[in-house]
Ligand binder design. Structure first.
Ligand SMILES: [Zn+2]
Length: 159
């Protein structure tokens, strides 16, 4: 973990719990968890990104933006289309840059998904195979930090 201020290059930051953002100790510039990731500049909920990532990876990219929009139940097509394009871009070109190192946290979660008309007529399966739930696998790289407020020399991965 490491955060470098993009305004003044200071490496000391406070974590603002209520804003879910880092604040530079010197110039107060803020960075969110999205900064420096494919989610930067997006106002879409994290859930959208994880659902889209799942659909695109599980199906090797054959999901259309329109289908993902339908699954998410989002009104406007444009932001979903932009999200899907960004994801396709980073998935296609930069797989090797996103190798995880160190301790890997792995978990799965379920998101409710809309059922198509044809599937509604089939009897619902229970639990993990249910048509109502989409399984999403979440992976994160993490390091144990004894006191997050006292990280002296945070390092930012090369970008
Ligand atoms: Zn700063």
């Amino acid at each position: 973990m490491g955060v470098t201020c993009r305004r003044c290059n200071c490496k000391e930051h406070y974590w603002l719990e209520n804003k879910q953002a880092y604040e530079c100790k010197r110039c107060q510039a803020r960075q969110t968890l999205r900064s420096g990731t494919v989610m930067q500049h997006s106002n879409l909920p994290y859930r959208y990104w994880f659902v889209a990532m799942h659909l695109l990876t599980a199906t090797k990219g054959s999901f259309s933006a329109a289908e993902i929009q339908r699954q998410l139940g989002h009104k406007r097509y444009q932001p979903i289309w932009e999200m899907v394009n960004k994801l396709r871009d980073v998935m296609g070109k930069r797989d090797d840059k996103y190798t995880l190192e160190g301790a890997i946290e792995l978990d799965d979660a379920f998101f409710s998904t809309e059922i198509s008309v044809e599937e509604k007529e089939k009897p619902l399966k229970r639990g993990r195979g249910s048509q109502k739930k989409t399984k999403v696998l979440v992976m994160a790289e993490s390091k144990t930090v004894e006191n997050p407020n006292r990280v002296k020399n945070p390092r930012r991965p090369d970008t």
